[in-house]
Design a protein. Structure first.
Length: 149
């Protein structure tokens, strides 16, 4: 295992999880309409899941002798968004995280069982987030729902 590359990857992942936490919280604040209750809860739950991933990543970085990043990946803040736009933004981010984690798992972590298992669980979590968001997009979003900022 190339510790330097692994620590760089883990810090990148930490930055993505921190930005996901902020994005989900922001969406939980601005969502309006008849689905507000269920979507605010969903977004806050996913923010909490992102925080849990960030904690695992930060702890693992320190355990491996690294220093956890305090940066976050850039977050696009478009202002007013429809529910569908918020959901699609989160779907796109979850797909990106899923692909990133799978790539890192395959390229960097195969010879480290604890890291491999941690990433496999995070991949399962990201896949569940993606499925839940996609189900909202398919079935529950009224065409003209607007989130007001």
């Amino acid at each position: 295992m190339d510790k330097t590359k692994v620590l760089e990857a883990l810090n990148l992942d930490l930055e993505h999880e921190m930005s996901a936490m902020i994005r989900y919280l922001h969406h939980s604040f601005i969502v309006t309409g008849p689905l507000r209750g269920s979507l605010a809860t969903l977004f806050r739950t996913q923010a909490t899941d992102s925080m849990q991933h960030a904690i695992k990543l930060g702890e693992k970085i320190v355990a491996l002798g690294g220093h956890p990043s305090v940066k976050i990946q850039e977050i696009h803040e478009p202002g007013e968004q429809t529910i569908e736009e918020m959901l699609q933004e989160n779907v796109n981010a979850e797909k990106f995280h899923l692909e990133l984690y799978e790539s890192q798992l395959n390229d960097l972590l195969q010879d480290n069982t604890p890291l491999r298992l941690m990433f496999e669980q995070m991949i399962v979590d990201e896949a569940q987030h993606l499925e839940e968001l996609e189900m909202y997009l398919r079935h529950n979003v009224p065409a003209k729902s607007k989130a007001k900022v």
